[in-house]
Design a binder for this molecule. Structure first.
Ligand SMILES: Nc1ncnc2c1ncn2[C@@H]1O[C@H](COP(=O)(O)OP(=O)(O)OP(=O)(O)O)[C@@H](O)[C@H]1O
Length: 243
């Protein structure tokens, strides 16, 4: 059984249908990325999945008891507010320090516990958000453009960390991203959305699909090769481009 299964989902704001008849599934341990141009319905789809936006049609099923960790886009914290990473992580989750330290280590920033949030770099900040999402040992990590504001090496490092977390914990990852080059190499499957699902499959398959190239141009194929690395796990994925 899939952890998350979306069937024929449509999302509308009034009469404006922004997500049309989308089906999508997420299995244990998978990294699935949603890409698409601005306004293509990525966030609306995501919000429907987490129940923050009602769907007009279709169904969303989650495995019973599923635990979700959510990594938002960069959030704003008042620079004048003195708050350490450790305190920030425990604002919403009542966990002990050792659990925080473990999560920070899993997020690749083991030494930040006592640092002030206001002193973190953009990349460190996003990893603290990742660590916070890992506190409840989620089955699924949801990332909504979690590398916004990071440069390309920073984004690439962040996605490698996500992959390391997946390999270590076995959690599945569903993310929205604009970092086409880097994110595609770190994904098992890519879903290209433009209101409807234009194409989906393995990164290399999507990068060369005519529907994807029509939206993003052909340049990504070359850049993808630069970042591609081997995936040594043995999930059985469908690697076909679909209409
Ligand atoms: N709350 C809302 N009320 C009305 N229309 C909305 C609302 N949220 C989004 N939309 C519209 O729905 C469409 C899809 O928006 P959405 O934010 O889902 O796209 P996106 O692919 O995430 O875009 P981006 O890449 O720019 O973040 C857009 O036309 C947007 O204007």
């Amino acid at each position: 059984m899939s952890l998350v299964s979306v069937k024929n989902l449509s999302v509308a704001y009034g009469a404006h249908i922004v997500v049309r008849n989308v089906s999508l599934s997420l299995d244990a341990g998978e990294i699935v990325t949603i890409v698409g141009p601005n306004g293509s319905g990525k966030t609306s789809l995501f919000r429907a999945i987490i129940g923050a936006t009602p769907s007009a049609n279709g169904s969303i099923n989650m495995k019973p008891g599923l635990k979700i960790g959510y990594v938002p886009q960069r959030i704003h914290i008042d620079r004048t507010l003195p708050i350490t990473v450790g305190r920030f992580m425990r604002l919403t989750d009542r966990v002990d320090i050792a659990t925080c330290e473990g999560a920070l280590e899993a997020a690749g920033v083991p030494d930040l516990l006592k640092r002030q949030m206001s002193q973190l770099s953009g990349g460190q900040f996003q990893r603290v958000l990742l660590a916070r999402a890992l506190l409840n040992r989620p089955d699924v990590l949801l990332l909504d453009e979690a590398t916004q504001g990071l440069d390309q090496p920073g984004s690439a490092a962040f996605y490698l960390q996500i992959e390391a977390v997946r390999n270590e914990t076995g959690c599945a990852v569903l993310m929205i991203s604009h970092d086409l080059h880097v994110v595609m190499s770190a994904s098992d499957r890519v879903v290209c959305l433009n209101g409807h699902v234009c194409c989906e499959g393995a990164p290399a398959v999507v990068a060369s699909a005519p529907q994807y190239r029509a939206l993003f141009g052909a340049g990504t194929g070359g850049a993808l090769a630069l970042y591609r690395h081997d995936h040594d796990h043995d999930h059985d994925h469908q690697h076909e481009a679909a209409e």
